[in-house]
Design a binder for this molecule. Structure first.
Ligand SMILES: [Zn+2]
Length: 471
């Protein structure tokens, strides 16, 4: 394990700590360089998924990052690197041109398309063995890192087979002994008091040698060969929410901090290793037409990706892949004003948001009877940084009070859809709806085997590529 020193836990954590300055990680290579295996294959694959990342999202996140952090994204730097491959990921499910996350991850991790809602299970009930089983047979390792519940659809597709993605208690059981590192949210699916069978899964995992982390400090203290980190009852909070909450900053690790733990874990063994890192809440924010929440979570994902790219420079036996499972609501910056002269200024307002839509809507709904159009306009100005019209305020107020609002796009006939349209009138962002789209997604890779992820890539071809590269 002498190579461990070249990318030590301390350095990773320091890097993750350098609040918002993850791009400034020193590039100096210390210790022994490890090269790709003689056959040109990687020893480890870091498979990054920004869930529901429409094609426009990484470029918009880059623009926001330049505006508020005075630096671009690691994704953009990767695009400028001639060694990186680029392609398009085909995203269909078995029963629909539009996939959900469980069918998409099943295609990746199981190698076959299934119906939406299923995890590695065919319509006739035949279970498909996930890549976790293939890896376990070869004493290879699997790690799952996410900002959703760890048992959510995207991680689940790599390590479970169930009829319905909602069976998260059973998914937790299927991870046992097969997944060496599990980091994210979802304590409620492991907690004895909330599981239907009353089993204390944390205790079971602990007895099997897993170190169990329940908060950020425990994670940052380091870990061993088996790690289970559950940092939230359900999903890990949105980055935008965490940014404005001291308690969440102290107690919940960022995706980059979880990724740092996974990278350090990957060096504990020479066995072939596959790690999936998911920025899950990009998808949730896209469903909610909440551009600020979406882009801040994309930036958090990019910070984690930056750590992986830095790690791969020091460990050239590493393949890094970044992609998405499907588009979602396809946000885009529109031309605003004469000669589109207002677009740049409009987009600059995204940075002013202090709350996510769900946070604000849930509070405002409770106060809806006390609000009037003037006070609502004042709140929206304070919370989202835009001055909406009286008519717009009246529409939102109606929706908060549960009244039907005229909206010709049926997908937007709800408070978050309406709010997304209204705020979009002032920040230039338009949305195609509030659901997943059929668009292919961006895929890029760098490192040994990267060429396998160039050009047109079917989602159900990914499993075979993993097997080829890790065998
Ligand atoms: Zn979704």
């Amino acid at each position: 394990m002498k190579h461990k020193t070249s990318f030590s836990r301390r350095r990773l954590i320091q890097a993750a700590f350098a609040s918002g300055a993850l791009a400034a990680v020193p590039a100096a290579v210390r210790g022994e360089l490890r090269v790709a295996r003689p056959d040109g294959k990687p020893r480890r694959i870091l498979f990054f998924v920004s869930d529901g990342m429409s094609q426009s999202v990484p470029a918009l996140a880059d623009a926001l990052s330049r505006q508020v952090r005075d630096k671009g994204t690691h994704w953009r730097a990767l695009m400028e690197n001639r060694e990186a491959t680029m392609g398009q990921m085909e995203t269909e499910a078995l029963n629909s041109m539009v996939t959900d996350s469980s069918a998409a991850s099943s295609a990746w991790g199981g190698g076959q398309r299934v119906n939406n809602g299923a995890v590695n299970m065919l319509p006739d009930g035949t279970a498909i063995r996930p890549i976790s089983d293939w890896l376990a047979e070869r004493e290879a390792r699997l790690g799952l890192v996410t900002t959703a519940t760890v048992t959510h659809a995207t991680p689940a597709g790599f390590a479970s087979s169930v009829a319905s993605r909602g069976m998260e208690q059973q998914i937790a059981e299927q991870y046992f002994d097969k997944v060496g590192l599990i980091l994210g949210g979802g304590m409620r699916f492991f907690d004895a008091r909330r599981r239907d069978d009353g089993c204390d899964m944390c205790d079971d995992f602990g007895k099997a040698g897993y170190q169990v982390f329940r908060n950020r400090d425990e994670l940052l203290a380091g870990g061993g060969e088996r790690r289970l980190g559950l940092f939230s009852d359900s999903h890990v909070p949105y980055t935008l929410e965490q940014m404005h909450n001291e308690e969440l900053i102290k107690t919940v690790p960022t995706l980059a901090e979880m990724t740092a733990s996974a990278l350090e874990w990957s060096l504990l063994s020479d066995a072939p290793t596959l790690i999936q890192v998911e920025g899950a809440r990009v998808d949730h924010a896209a469903h909610g037409n909440d551009i600020a929440a979406l882009l801040w979570d994309q930036i958090a994902y990019d910070d984690a990706l930056g750590l992986a790219l830095e790690f791969a420079r020091e460990h050239p036996d590493t393949l890094v892949v970044t992609t998405s499972d499907h588009g979602n609501a396809n946000p885009g910056l529109n031309g605003v004003g004469g000669g589109y002269s207002g677009s740049t200024r409009a987009f600059s307002r995204v940075a002013r948001a202090k709350m996510t839509f769900p946070e604000w809507i849930s509070g405002a709904r409770g106060r809806a009877e006390d609000l009037n159009s003037a006070s609502l306009r004042e709140e929206v100005r304070e919370v989202f940084g835009v001055g909406i019209s009286e008519t717009e305020a009246d529409g939102i107020l109606d929706s908060l009070r549960g009244n039907d609002v005229v909206e010709w796009n049926n997908q937007h006939r709800n408070t978050h859809g309406l709010l997304g349209q209204v705020i979009g009138n002032h920040n230039g962002i338009g949305w195609s709806g509030t659901s997943h789209t059929n668009d292919p997604t961006l895929i890029s890779a760098i490192g040994p085997g990267a060429d396998r992820f160039s050009g047109w890539v079917r989602n159900d071809a990914v499993r075979g590529i993993f097997e080829d590269l890790l065998s």
